[in-house]
Design a protein around this ligand. Structure first.
Ligand code: FEO
Length: 407
């Protein structure tokens, strides 16, 4: 765990976590950080705690001491969001101290009690404040559904710091640099990619709420954004606000000027048509990402579909339905409410069709509202006339997706 000073009396404690399935689902190739913050006036508050895994709370206490704070001096636990990656340590803390107050929204309070048995809770509403002394005043601003209904921002008015918890967060472990002004161009790119992965995996379902949270952030005068995951933005907090605005657009059908190909092939027939599609993309100078299902992790698949303006689905019929790994991927994309993408599908069938029927069912069930170019289906191997249609479909996709490009 690293200890960093954000301002006088404001500290960040951050730890890298790897080899976990985030939320028990998401395989994170590049890990994630868990960030906590201490604000110290005459009273001391911790904002966004840590996970409750063996040894983690104890490491937190050790770090408190190294910045000159006795854990016994902590008066307030500000629970911006109850998900246990931020709150899991509370039961452990209760064992070493019995007089602290949890501060959270009414929705979080219910869960703080049901998860940890805590009942010394102060429930806060929009604009409520907590004066810690020595000029440090916290105010509270609910931003429901970013990412649970309980979530709020905490804002410190003296330093103009927004403690945003999951909002404005990113996956990815931090090396030596934790602040935006320290980052190299490669680190900035890394955290943008990890931000897209994080948004698509964790936040995309709640895009309408994210938009409201962006608007609420704009009502505050912000010098620093200090999220619960990923870097702290103190040089240019507007960058992460703008990035998040762009991500909301990706969830609603926009994307980078690239095509993501979600593909599977049983015996290479659909793959032959995919070869043709790739040649067209190469010839036209379009960047593309190939996701061979089911070999790609769920996290990578969701992120790579999310960020592209154009989607190609290359998948055959399998037992009267769509090739199952591709069907499962599209279902997950639908659950994440990644809507209104521009797409084109082609694929082979043998003794029966059926892929198209299931594709339509998935789109309708999830109300995805994707804009599909007419699909190309072929019996067995693609013939010359099928490849001509595939080429035409790819060209039409390239043309249509241009309207959706937001970089
Ligand atoms: Fe970082 Fe929704 O928890």
């Amino acid at each position: 765990m690293k200890k960093l000073k954000i301002a006088d009396g404001v500290y960040m404690l951050t730890m890298n976590v790897e080899d976990i399935l985030f939320e028990g689902i998401w395989k994170l190739e590049n890990g994630v950080t868990l960030n906590s913050y201490i604000v110290q006036g005459e009273k001391t508050a911790i904002i966004d705690g840590v996970i409750g895994w063996n040894g983690v709370p104890e490491t937190l206490y050790k770090n408190f001491k190294e910045i000159g704070i006795d854990p016994q001096d902590v008066d307030y636990l500000i629970v911006n969001h109850m998900e246990p990656d931020h709150s899991g340590w509370i039961s452990n803390f209760r064992k070493i101290k019995d007089d602290f107050t949890v501060i959270c929204t009414d929705k979080a309070a219910k869960m703080v009690t049901s998860f940890y048995g805590e009942d010394k809770i102060r429930i806060v509403k929009e604009g409520d404040t907590l004066d810690l002394g020595k000029g440090k005043v916290l105010s509270f601003h609910p931003v429901p559904n970013v990412h649970w209904p309980d979530t709020m921002y905490t804002y410190e008015s003296n330093t103009k710091t927004l403690f945003s918890c999951d909002m404005f967060g990113a996956f990815g472990m931090m090396g030596d640099h934790s602040f935006d002004d320290e980052m190299t161009p490669a680190e900035i790119d890394f955290f943008e990619n990890e931000g897209i992965r994080y948004y698509s995996n964790v936040m995309a379902t709640f895009t309408s709420s994210v938009k409201k949270a962006i608007e609420k952030a704009k009502t505050l005068e912000i010098n620093t954004i200090a999220p619960g995951h990923g870097p702290v933005y103190r040089k240019n907090p507007q960058k992460i606000i703008d990035d998040y605005s762009r991500y909301t657009q990706y969830a609603e059908g926009a994307g980078k000027n690239e095509v993501t190909i979600l593909w599977g092939s049983m015996y290479g027939m659909t793959a032959k048509a995919l070869d043709c599609a790739e040649k067209v993309l190469q010839r036209e100078g379009i960047k593309y990402n190939k996701l061979h299902m089911p070999l790609v992790s769920e996290s990578e698949m969701v992120a790579t579909v999310f960020k592209a303006a154009g989607i190609i689905i290359a998948a055959p019929t399998y037992e009267y339905k769509l090739f199952p790994p591709v069907a499962a991927a599209l279902n997950e994309i639908g659950r994440k409410r990644i809507n209104s993408k521009t797409a084109f599908r082609f694929g082979s069938y043998g003794w029966s069709g059926g892929a198209e029927k299931e594709l339509k069912e998935i789109l309708e069930r999830n109300r995805m509202n994707w804009d599909f170019i007419e699909s190309v289906e072929f019996e067995g191997a693609p013939k010359e006339e099928d490849l001509v249609k595939v080429e035409a479909g790819v060209l039409e996709l390239i043309k249509k997706m241009r309207e959706k490009v937001v970089e």
